[in-house]
Design a protein around this ligand. Structure first.
Ligand SMILES: Cc1cc2nc3c(=O)[nH]c(=O)nc-3n(C[C@H](O)[C@H](O)[C@H](O)COP(=O)(O)O)c2cc1C
Ligand code: SF4
Ligand code: SF4
Length: 306
């Protein structure tokens, strides 16, 4: 059976042009589904894959003779393009400068984000690696301050309706089931966050998405590898940074709109098609603040395995 996603439940089909094939064996090396072998100096289809072709496209992209065609699972030969030159790709110093200059920006100029810039962010984000092709990441785009504010107002109204979720009796009831760390997180972070979001919105202050002129919500489906939306959101964030925008990831919204009838109504109202284990908002805008210094960060640990 093919590996299912929301976009396809079929395997892709492989065809080899034996006339063109030089028998170099590159396709055999790169296909981790073991769809190829070499016989009489020509690539042949093994017929004994692990899952069936997932349409990663690697064989087609690596073949020096252009002898392979994959079609299905949203991929075809038309999806191949000429690689940008290595000399045109950012080097480590350039990337490090981009990474280390970044700060989470929550103060934005009152300036719309141009269509072309939004498209460039999406063009970059869609290159992200994914657990299994075709990507099962969905992107909801809020492309004006009016939309981010409307979303935040609705979100705060939704939280106001869900206050029981952080009430003393509910947390006491859940503690034996979800354990000490969750209990600590709910009491120390989620409960105060509910109050901060709701109270500030009542005073007209949007601490949910800061009235950013652009937000993107990267989310999956019940099939998606949970890391996929996060990886795509990260690529989008750095692409936007390279285009001169300030960005901030927002983690609080996604987990709160996953479960229950009211969350379903909220998702439907805002065109969010699926629930997923992980999802992440990123807000974007031209920054209204300028940082003078970078800030050194550390990991909790970096251990080399014995
Ligand atoms: C997964 C994730 C979720 C985040 N969620 C929020 C959020 O909901 N609201 C917010 O203001 N900042 C959020 N942030 C931004 C962090 O607070 C910020 O990264 C941190 O304060 C460090 O600042 P820096 O990004 O400038 O290094 C989030 C960051 C990440 C990586
Ligand atoms: S990579 Fe292309 S040329 Fe090389 S063996 Fe496979 S099909 Fe033939
Ligand atoms: S597309 Fe990927 S899975 Fe399919 S045959 Fe080529 S390398 Fe193998």
């Amino acid at each position: 059976m093919a590996i299912p996603t929301t976009r396809t439940k079929e395997n892709a089909t492989i065809s080899i042009d034996s006339e063109k094939c030089t028998g170099c064996g590159e396709c055999v090396s790169v296909c981790k589904d073991f769809n190829f072998y070499i016989e009489n100096k020509k690539a042949k289809i093994s017929g004994s894959p692990i899952f069936g072709c997932i349409a990663c496209g690697h064989c087609m992209a690596v073949c020096p003779a252009g002898a392979i065609e994959i079609s299905g699972r949203e991929l075809s030969k038309d999806d191949l393009f000429d690689l940008p030159l290595r000399k045109d790709a950012a080097n480590y110093e350039q990337l490090y400068a981009l990474f280390s200059r970044r700060r989470s920006i929550r103060e934005f100029q009152d300036k719309d984000i141009e269509r072309e810039i939004i498209q460039k962010i999406l063009d970059a984000a869609v290159t992200s690696p994914m657990g299994l092709p075709p990507s099962d990441v969905n992107v909801l785009i809020l492309d004006s301050r009016e939309k981010t504010r409307r979303f935040a107002v609705d979100f705060c109204a939704f939280l106001d309706n869900m206050k029981w979720f952080v009430s003393g009796w509910f947390l006491a009831l859940m503690r034996p089931f979800w354990g000490k760390t969750n209990d600590e997180m709910f009491k120390g972070f989620v409960k105060p966050l509910f109050n901060i979001y709701i109270r500030n919105m009542q005073a007209g202050i949007n601490l949910v998405n800061y009235d950013a002129p652009l937000a993107m919500y990267f989310y999956g489906s019940p099939y998606t590898d949970p890391a996929d939306p996060i990886v795509a959101a990260t690529t989008a964030m750095y692409a936007a940074e390279s285009l001169g925008l300030g960005t901030c990831m927002l983690g609080a919204i996604h987990p709160l709109i996953q479960s229950g009838r009211k969350a379903k109504i909220f998702r439907e109202k805002h065109g969010i098609k699926y629930t997923s284990r992980e999802g992440l908002f990123v807000i974007f805008g031209y920054p209204a603040v300028k940082y003078q210094k970078g800030i050194k960060r550390t990991f909790a640990s970096t251990d080399v395995m014995n």
